[in-house]
Design a protein around this ligand. Structure first.
Ligand code: NIG
Ligand code: FE
Length: 416
């Protein structure tokens, strides 16, 4: 075997899921743990994983040796659901929320998503670029190495493209790999408030073909919710996207169960997301349709809602991923570490199950599992060295950054 570019040695425990397909049922918690491990990296790709003494033939005079000091190493975290690009923040809504004003009431009064639409429309592409790069910098320090980004605060072709362009530019200028989802069906814009059908037609006839043709997004998402888009409107938008070779995602059963998870399975959506109030039929439909559940525990926490029935989903054979849902309204949290802690405490998922959810299954939900999501020979060297000796420790402790070193494509990009 060739001389390697980098070798991480003295790894206390290497913990990883394995494979390129979503893990469901009992497999959700199948993790490989190798003690006293080392990982060799060549051209940004993992070329060898071993344990004990590092094979001397791998070390040349230019090989960089990284001592993991007996710590835990995992794959980089994959955040499969964010609303990354937005103008403004909405701290003024906190007081309303604390008084118990429901999330959808704030939206109905022209606040919520619609207030972020106003601030996003009035921001230039460069302003959005600057603001989003700050968020990405924080995410990287917290261990996120791959991230999905939804549009949906533009709600017109011009402003949706502006958001998607920001993601495109950031994909080339900073380490976190980004996957774009087109989500003009996030709310009905004020100018269409008496003509929702007209807005659905605009998405289907004008926006989607343009986004697909210019390859501005790989996925399409719809907020299937009371007073937003109903099941049939969601079906129309998502099946149009599928015909244009975009994968379907759906915000389903976040506040009211109006058929979103059932629809997800019926159209074989790649993922259904939120699922806080998903009914039994929805879970069954997702299992039958091969849909991944992307659960967002910090949203339940922040909105003071119940928590999705993750155990039921696992038992029914639905692969579970977890994601931050970072956005200015329902959860301004961008930490995958906090997300994983809450997932474990509130979904009662084991550390092994949550690790799969935040790496392999999340990578599958955004079409990246051939390259990222596990620590295996042939995959990209996206790795985290944790300030912890084992997997249980990072779930047991919470509230501070436990990531020590972040490696993206074989390069050290953060040393906390
Ligand atoms: O996933 N529910 C819809 N979209 C986001 C919230 C967006 C916002 O409030 O700005 C969510 O919760
Ligand atoms: Fe969301």
């Amino acid at each position: 075997m060739d001389i390697q570019d980098r070798i991480i040695y003295n790894i206390g425990v290497l913990a990883t899921a394995e494979g390129r397909t979503p893990h469901k049922g009992k497999e959700q918690g199948d993790i490989k743990q190798i003690e006293n491990a080392y990982i060799a990296i060549k051209d940004g790709i993992i070329s060898k994983i071993g344990s004990g003494e590092v094979d001397k033939n791998l070390i040349g005079k230019n090989t960089e040796l990284i001592d993991a000091q007996g710590k835990l190493v995992t794959a980089g975290l994959v955040d499969a659901h964010t609303h990354l690009v937005f103008g403004g923040w909405r701290e003024h809504e906190l007081a309303l929320k604390l008084k118990g004003v429901p999330y959808l009431d704030i939206l109905r009064q022209g606040g919520g998503i619609l207030s972020t639409v106003r601030s996003t429309r009035s921001s230039s592409e460069d302003e959005l670029y600057e603001k989003t790069s700050e968020a990405l910098e924080e995410m990287l320090k917290l261990g996120t190495t791959t991230c999905e980004a939804k549009s949906g605060y533009g709600l017109s072709l011009e402003h949706e493209i502006k958001q998607l362009n920001v993601v495109k530019r950031l994909n080339e200028s900073q380490p976190i790999e980004l996957v774009s989802t087109f989500m003009a069906a996030h709310a009905v814009p004020e100018e269409y408030k008496d003509n929702k059908q007209g807005y659905v037609d605009l998405i289907i006839n004008d926006m989607l073909p343009f986004v697909a043709e210019n390859k501005l997004a790989q996925y399409c998402d719809v907020f299937c919710e009371t007073a937003v888009f109903d099941k049939e409107e969601s079906r129309k938008i998502l099946t149009t996207a599928q015909k244009l070779n975009m994968g379907a995602k759906i915000h389903a059963d976040e506040i009211d169960a109006i058929g979103g998870s059932q629809l997800a399975g019926e159209i074989h959506a790649v993922s259904a997301e939120h699922l806080i109030v998903a009914p039994d039929e929805g879970i069954k439909s997702m299992a039958d349709g091969g849909t991944i559940a992307v659960l967002l525990p910090s949203t339940s926490f922040y909105l003071d809602k119940t928590f999705a029935r993750a155990r039921e989903m696992i038992n029914q054979g639905v692969p579970v991923a977890v994601a931050s849902d970072f956005n200015p309204g329902s959860t301004p949290n961008l930490s995958m570490q906090l997300t994983m802690n809450i997932a474990s405490y509130k979904y009662k998922m084991t550390p092994e199950e949550v690790l799969t959810a935040a790496t392999l299954n999340a990578a599958c939900a955004i079409g990246k599992a051939d390259k990222v999501g596990t620590v295996e020979v042939g995959k990209q060297a996206d790795l985290l060295i944790w300030n912890a000796p084992n997997l249980d420790r990072i779930f047991y402790r919470y509230g501070h950054n436990q990531v020590k070193t972040v490696i993206k494509c074989g390069n050290i990009v953060v040393n906390n």
